[in-house]
Ligand binder design. Structure first.
Ligand SMILES: Cc1cc2nc3c(=O)[nH]c(=O)nc-3n(C[C@H](O)[C@H](O)[C@H](O)COP(=O)(O)O)c2cc1C
Ligand code: SF4
Length: 605
């Protein structure tokens, strides 16, 4: 078997993992505000365990309430009042055949660095780690993990940037070792304790690879039983990577600290089994798949069963990060509508004839679910993938094609789907006499001014390559996601100015993705003009009005590319047939909305 190495057992301390795949901590915001676990929380983790990963490390948990609470919906384990919640969770994880661990995390106290903590306070905090570990052990956890990365408290002790103490706690590993020792004293050395380690801070004067290697060696010698190689205090973008980051790009951290007396895990954008295998062959002993298992909890079993073509890969759309970090809301997934809503797809009581009109993400997801429910599905398809075809064109957006591949593979071989190719025509849809129709016909670009031939172009022509520019001066009208991605596609070979009426570009886009794209545009020399309205288009120039002060400005240009959004496109009314309008055909939004609505509509039919 090609991926045999992924399925070799490995020991962490005295506990054996059935394979090399673990689920790292991914905060969900599924706990309740009082720190108790909810049904949603438990189902989420049980579902990940059910998919075949050997070890589930549950998200960062509050060990010191209220001073060390991080996030409004962080679960708590600072007191035995929470024991029974965790008992239920570990039972469910074990029932699904996986081992359970829990990430003990402490952010440090607000506005106080580690330099200001007294000896008494430091000892009291180390005790809180140990107490939490004891509750975890009593609740049935097989091991615990200490969060020693991401700029949190242990990382602050480890890093020369934040630890300037001249007492014993000034020795970088002292606190981490103390925590490990106190856990062992309360729980016994039998309970394995792993650490998520800041191998590199990625900040001037912080932990560098040489220091990270030395820390890993000291912490693994007799203290921690496995090390997850991660980043420290540096930019958040590097540990919650936007879409453009290549697969497995930071496995070098794990490679750098090996060999060690304990296993080393690599984490970060490991999406394909080939990547996981290559990392296990050269760089690490274990692979940690975070968003990978959010998008498809069955990743492990699919690889084991030779069905890797059926994996729904995380495309890095950052919808989960937007929910968790920008909105403090429960996580959701752009490609997996079951996140936060784990349920089995039930066969329909009555088999129906279902017409799905459109084969973008909404139509394809609706087709998948309607077929799984046993309906006779007719998919009317003009262009397989719809908008995904052009959304995947700009630099760093290639992963979007994975979603198209997934649907192509998942729908192939479903005996109850008939595809009808060509333009949408009401007669051909009515000819199958459908019991229900799902309109997923997408959107058309919205062009707020007349197309002047040879001067004004629309973004989709550019992304499809039917219009090409080289060494031209181009104005991109519209600073939303599509406008900025189109500008990024054109920049480098052309002189680009993005013109946006609002005060800022990329409103509503997840922060790290937004910053990444803004930086890309800046590096390629693209200019941005906000509060600017295009009032006149002439050959060779455009006239702009500043919406703040009314000043006019003339900009020389060879062409204008319009990217001012889209408008729903519904080619005909369906009459009195039961029907649902989903995705961009309902309202122009994101892939996540399209997939979710396609799913919901097919579930209702
Ligand atoms: C929504 C979200 C929440 C996360 N929460 C945590 C957390 O609670 N603790 C932690 O150490 N890392 C957390 N991470 C980081 C992941 O464990 C993982 O290191 C990161 O997502 C990169 O791996 P991936 O590309 O496989 O997702 C989170 C990541 C995401 C996307
Ligand atoms: S929301 Fe997007 S980034 Fe997050 S797991 Fe799903 S596909 Fe990946």
């Amino acid at each position: 078997m090609k991926y045999k190495k992924l399925f070799e057992p490995i020991k962490i301390g005295n506990v054996e993992l059935k394979n090399r795949i673990i689920f790292p901590p991914v905060s969900t915001n599924f706990a309740s505000a009082d720190g108790h676990l909810t049904d949603k929380f438990i189902k989420h983790y049980a579902r990940r365990a059910n998919g075949g990963a050997a070890l589930i490390i549950v998200e960062n948990v509050c060990i010191d309430y209220p001073g060390g609470k991080k996030g409004a919906f962080e679960p708590r384990i600072d007191s035995y009042d929470f024991l029974s919640d965790w008992e239920i969770l570990t039972k469910e994880i074990h029932k699904q055949g996986a081992l359970a661990s829990l990430e003990l995390a402490h952010p440090g106290y607000k506005d106080r660095g580690v330099d200001s903590l007294s000896e008494k306070e430091i000892l009291a905090i180390s005790e809180k780690y140990a107490k939490a570990a004891e509750i975890a052990k009593d609740a049935g956890f097989d091991m615990v993990e200490v969060q020693g990365a991401h700029g949190l408290l242990v990382n602050q002790f480890l890093s020369p940037l934040t630890n300037h103490r001249d007492d014993r706690w000034g020795k970088p590993i002292e606190f981490a070792v103390k925590v490990r020792k106190r856990i062992a004293e309360r729980c016994g050395w039998d309970l394995p304790v792993t650490i998520r380690l800041a191998v590199e801070d990625l900040s001037q004067g912080g932990i560098g690879i040489t220091e990270g290697k030395a820390l890993a060696l000291s912490l693994s010698s007799g203290a921690y039983n496995m090390i997850q190689a991660d980043f420290g205090l540096g930019p958040k973008e590097k540990r919650l990577e936007p879409m453009a980051y290549p697969e497995g790009w930071r496995a070098y951290l794990a490679e750098a600290i090996r060999p060690l007396p304990v296993p080393v895990a690599a984490v970060g954008v490991i999406r394909n089994p080939e990547t996981a295998l290559s990392i296990l062959e050269k760089q690490a002993d274990i692979v940690a798949l975070g968003r990978t298992l959010i998008a498809d909890p069955d990743w492990t079993n699919k690889v084991k069963e030779g069905k890797e073509h059926l994996i729904r890969k995380c495309i890095g759309c950052s919808e989960c990060i937007k929910a968790r970090h920008d909105e403090d809301a429960a996580i959701r997934c752009g490609v997996n509508p079951n996140v936060g809503n784990e349920e089995d797809i039930m066969k329909a009581k009555h088999k129906k004839i279902v017409a799905v009109v459109g084969c973008g993400p909404a139509g394809l997801e609706a087709t998948r679910i309607a077929a799984e429910r046993g309906h006779e599905v007719h998919l009317f398809c003009k262009e397989f993938g719809g908008q995904l075809n052009i959304a995947s064109v700009p630099p760093g957006k290639e992963k979007i094609r994975w979603l198209m591949e997934y649907y192509r593979n998942a729908l192939q071989g479903c005996g109850n789907i008939t595809a009808h190719h060509g333009e949408y025509a009401k007669e051909s849809i009515m000819a199958i006499d459908p019991d229900g129709v799902i309109m997923a016909t997408g959107a058309k670009p919205f062009v707020p001014f007349p197309i002047v031939e040879g001067i004004v172009y629309v973004y989709d022509e550019v992304l499809r390559g039917t219009v090409k520019f080289e060494n031209k001066i181009i104005v991109v009208a519209g600073g939303g996601f599509v406008g900025c991605e189109t500008a990024n596609f054109l920049a480098g070979n052309n002189e680009i100015t993005i013109v946006e009426m609002l005060n800022e570009i990329l409103p509503g886009v997840e922060t790290l993705t937004r910053n990444y794209l803004v930086n890309e545009l800046r590096e390629k020399g693209a200019k941005v003009m906000t509060k600017s309205k295009l009032v006149e288009i002439k050959k060779g120039e455009v006239v702009l009005e500043n919406t703040g002060n009314g000043h006019m400005e003339i900009l020389k240009c060879d062409g204008i590319v319009v990217a001012t959004g889209g408008k729903p496109s519904i080619p005909f009314a369906i009459g009195d047939r039961a029907h649902y309008v989903v995705g961009d055909a309902k309202e122009v939004r994101k892939i996540a909305d399209a997939v979710r609505e396609g799913y919901m509509a097919a579930k209702q039919l």
